[in-house]
Write a protein that binds this ligand. Structure first.
Ligand code: C5P
Length: 235
């Protein structure tokens, strides 16, 4: 257990999945339920942290399971999530980016519901900012709280010639965050499920170093991830 390991720390967790509107009734989104992020917020609170969960389209029953005392801020789009994260950046000791962020958004959202035309439809997409990368840049520019720890997530399936693990290690170094929680989504796990299996890497002097491995309920995995966060803070 990690009781007290984050005593007094201010922790921000983003959870869920962003939605990018196409028109007033449709959006581009993803299958993230927000369960893992909510479980991380609960584990951080148990460890003594002051926790704000930035919830991107998280189901109300998932939010209802949070312990009292976890603040919740609701966002929907990537732009809203970015604004919320940036607003907290100057005062957070730890930011855990567990949200599944849409890499692209429609170049423009239609004001009225789009109608069928009988023709194929092509939708122009523009790239979204990488929020985690932006937080790393703010920190490196000295504009966030000293010693702030940034934690990224990577859901990878791997491909025929690259293992999921090596993709996750490369992502840690590319994003510049301190810890990366890798979860393999090639099987039945992760999205929407109650179980998960993760490997936590830290950015060491010689590249990515494995610091923890955990498997089981999202609550169990979250306790192990929060323990790794606390250990990294006291290094
Ligand atoms: O590159 P990828 O999307 O796999 O990286 C995942 C990590 O980066 C997660 O921590 C996610 O919350 C974060 N991310 C972000 N902004 C984006 C895309 C991902 O902060 N536009």
């Amino acid at each position: 257990r990690a009781d007290g390991a984050l005593s007094g720390a201010s922790v921000i967790v983003s959870a869920g999945g962003t939605r990018e509107p196409l028109d007033p009734v449709r959006f581009l989104g993803n299958r993230s339920s927000g369960k893992q992020g909510a479980a991380l917020a609960a584990a951080a609170a148990t460890a003594g942290a002051r926790v704000t969960l930035i919830a991107a389209n998280v189901d109300s029953d998932v939010l209802a399971s949070l312990p009292a005392g976890v603040d919740i801020e609701h966002v929907s789009t990537t732009a809203e999530l970015e604004a919320a994260c940036t607003a907290h950046a100057s005062s957070a000791d730890v930011i855990v980016m567990a949200a599944a962020v849409s890499d692209y958004r429609p170049a423009a959202a239609a004001q009225h519901k789009m109608k069928k035309t009988g023709d194929d439809l092509t939708i122009a997409l523009v790239e979204n900012p990488d929020i985690l990368r932006g937080l790393v840049e703010l920190r490196d520019a000295g504009r966030t709280r000293t010693g702030q720890l940034l934690v990224g997530f990577a859901a990878e399936t791997g491909s025929h010639d690259t293992s999921a693990e090596s993709l996750a290690q490369a992502k840690l170094l590319r994003k510049g965050c301190d810890l990366l929680v890798f979860n393999d989504v090639s099987g039945d796990r992760a999205f929407g499920h109650d179980d998960n299996a993760v490997v936590v890497y830290r950015a060491g002097a010689d590249g990515a170093e494995e610091v923890a491995r955990s498997e089981g309920s999202k609550a169990h995995v979250s306790n192990d991830v929060i323990a790794a966060v606390a250990a990294e803070r006291s290094r």
